[in-house]
Ligand binder design. Structure first.
Ligand code: NAD
Ligand code: ZN
Length: 345
């Protein structure tokens, strides 16, 4: 087991990589009444781990990441007589952690909470960094708070029951971390993709640890996403537009989005063609898509609607080499040209 400590203004969050859900009790402050929030899938699969606790089960799926589910949780917390000394633990993927962190933060103006993360995406991304919230009015993560969990347990054993497509989708975020911040991680992925895809525990452990360190480091510098944290959106400005256009799962859309951002980096003169090809090859080796067969006007329009837009231009996260990201404010007119020039298919 390895520990990464995330320090932000006023909070310390311990991220425990390789710890087991069955050791959860060790991390709950002594004598604190504890309530678990999980989804109906995890509640069934890991019934033994939640035995003996008060449990709130929420329905799985992005459609349930809503204020209605928060309302349901508030009702249950009252029913369980939760008070200001109650400790909340979310056990699940990114949806459970986003919802749990938000619910715990607003009930009685805030209870202490922790997570057991069960999906690769939540281990390497969603559970780290203190963004908690729900979707609203068709927009993702529109309502929420910044608040850090006291601990995050990343139980690698639990990945064995995770759907393979979900696992591979999570790897897109690991590739992202290597591409923007860590050449050594990128090279490790180039050399070990086979082992990772065969669920080699040590190789997966390294992917999670490096990702958590990168994210924790960025978040400790820029918790509220004013600058450096934006780099974690590499591939996501294109990716979110692709998700909207095609309903493709997030990981696949980000995989294509990263390759588009790399193509844009080449066209803008920042990145060599050779390095863009390395990203393409690595993405393919993880069985993720690298291009989109879509109308470039539709893609451009979907990007313009992205909430991260800024007047007549938008911030694009680009690469100037493998392992190093830069942010450039690109005028819409220029972006339109780039999208046409990069030949989507
Ligand atoms: N807060 C953040 O900074 C942040 C960052 C990235 C993503 N997110 C959010 O994370 C969410 C996506 O997270 P996710 O992909 O983990 O989704 P998820 O929580 O829906 O999990 C995906 C599916 O896998 C199942 N599952 C999870 N772990 C399992 C396991 N060990 N065994 C078997 N099944 C398992 C879940 O029940 C669910 O059906 C999105 O809502 C996204 O907005 C948040
Ligand atoms: Zn993502």
């Amino acid at each position: 087991m390895e520990k990464v400590v995330l320090n932000t203004a006023g909070a310390v969050s311990n991220i425990l990589i390789g710890e087991s859900v069955y050791n959860l009790a060790k991390y709950i402050p002594a004598n604190q009444k504890t309530i678990i929030i999980t989804d109906d899938n995890i509640a069934k699969l890991y019934a033994k781990a939640i035995e003996g606790f008060d449990v709130i089960v929420i329905p799985q799926g992005e459609n349930n990441k809503t204020l209605a589910t928060i309302d349901l949780i508030m009702g249950k917390l009252v029913e369980f007589e939760a008070d200001r000394s109650t400790f909340i633990v979310g056990i699940g993927g990114g949806i459970v952690s986003d919802i749990t962190g938000f619910a715990a933060s607003i009930y009685m103006r805030g209870l202490n909470f922790g997570f057991v993360t069960t999906s690769l995406l939540s281990m390497v991304d969603a559970s780290v960094g203190g963004k908690n919230g729900v979707n609203y009015g068709g927009f993702k993560n529109m309502v929420g708070v910044f608040n850090q969990p006291q601990f995050v347990i990343c139980d690698i054993e639990m990945l064995k029951t995770l759907d393979r497509e979900e696992f591979i989708g999570g790897m897109a975020e690991v590739i992202k971390h290597g591409a923007i911040k860590d050449k050594a991680l990128f090279e490790f992925l180039e050399n070990n993709y086979n082992a990772i895809l065969k669920y080699d525990k040590d190789a997966i452990h390294r992917c999670i640890k490096d990702s958590v360190e990168i994210k924790a480091n960025v978040v400790s510098q820029d918790e509220r996403e004013k600058g450096e944290r934006r780099k974690l959106n590499f591939g996501h400005t294109f990716g979110h537009a692709i998700e909207k256009l095609t309903m493709m799962p997030h990981g696949k859309a980000v995989a294509i989005g990263m390759n588009m951002a790399a193509a844009a980096s080449v066209l803008l003169g920042h990145l060599s063609q050779n390095e863009a090809l390395r990203l393409k090859k690595l993405t393919e080796n993880f069985l993720l898509p690298t291009y989109l067969d879509a109308d470039s006007n539709a893609l451009f329009n979907a990007m313009k609607k992205d909430k991260k837009r800024d007047g007549a231009s938008l911030h694009l996260v680009l690469l100037d080499s493998i392992g190093h990201a830069i942010i450039e404010n690109v005028e819409y007119k220029k972006l339109e040209e780039i999208i046409h020039d990069m030949r989507l298919a």
